[in-house]
Design a protein around this ligand. Structure first.
Ligand code: SF4
Ligand code: SF4
Length: 189
């Protein structure tokens, strides 16, 4: 949805979106030539505001795949204080936890509660056996980066990152996802 001032320009990019718009046809009008021009102008102005862009992005996913066991992740995660801000603020992070909680002891009652969770926390992947497949900061930073820029690309041919920059501006120790990706792209070359 693009805000044109007194109305929104609504576009659908997937079949599900087309279906939704079809269901609510009565709410929409076809855009005029001026609406289309206004949309192009807003998009061009928005693109001009983008100050940082990663070069050779097409190389990154394959490179990340090769780097699963690299010491790179130890180096990059050294300063991380595992606060989880980067993931809580990210518009594309959506991981959660499920807990069964007792709400009354007599009679015994409980409820299943879903809470937002965070892959940067050590407990996120802790098994009931005590084993943790992501026991350190390096493996958790790797997960955040690979999920967004390798696994998601393999599954959906797209990045799981909008480029909003929130994780960069709010990380208390200055871990910068663009720098991490650029270093990974050039690592060992
Ligand atoms: S915001 Fe920064 S310090 Fe906090 S978990 Fe994320 S990368 Fe680590
Ligand atoms: S820049 Fe990407 S990874 Fe960082 S918060 Fe925005 S969408 Fe998430």
């Amino acid at each position: 949805m693009t805000d044109l001032g007194d109305k929104y320009y609504v576009e659908s990019f997937k079949k599900k979106g087309d279906e939704l718009l079809n269901l609510a046809k009565a709410l929409f009008k076809n855009p005029t030539a001026k609406d289309k021009k206004d949309l192009e102008k807003i998009q061009a102005e928005s693109e001009k505001k983008i100050k940082r862009q990663i070069k050779d992005t097409e190389k990154i996913s394959d490179k990340l795949k090769e780097m699963f066991d690299s010491p790179f992740w130890d180096e990059e995660s050294l300063s991380c204080i595992r606060c989880g801000i980067c993931t809580y603020l990210c518009p594309t992070c959506h991981c959660f936890d499920m807990n069964d909680e007792v709400t009354s002891s007599s009679p015994i009652k409980g409820e299943r509660v879903r809470t937002w969770d965070n892959c940067q926390f050590p407990d996120f992947t802790m098994h009931s056996s005590g084993h943790n497949p992501r026991p350190d900061k390096a493996s958790r930073l790797r997960q955040r980066i690979l999920h967004k820029f390798q696994y998601f690309v393999e599954l959906y041919k797209n990045y799981q990152c909008t480029g909003c920059g929130r994780c960069i501006s709010k990380c208390p120790v200055g871990i910068d996802i663009i720098e991490v990706l650029e270093k990974a792209r050039d690592y060992g070359s």
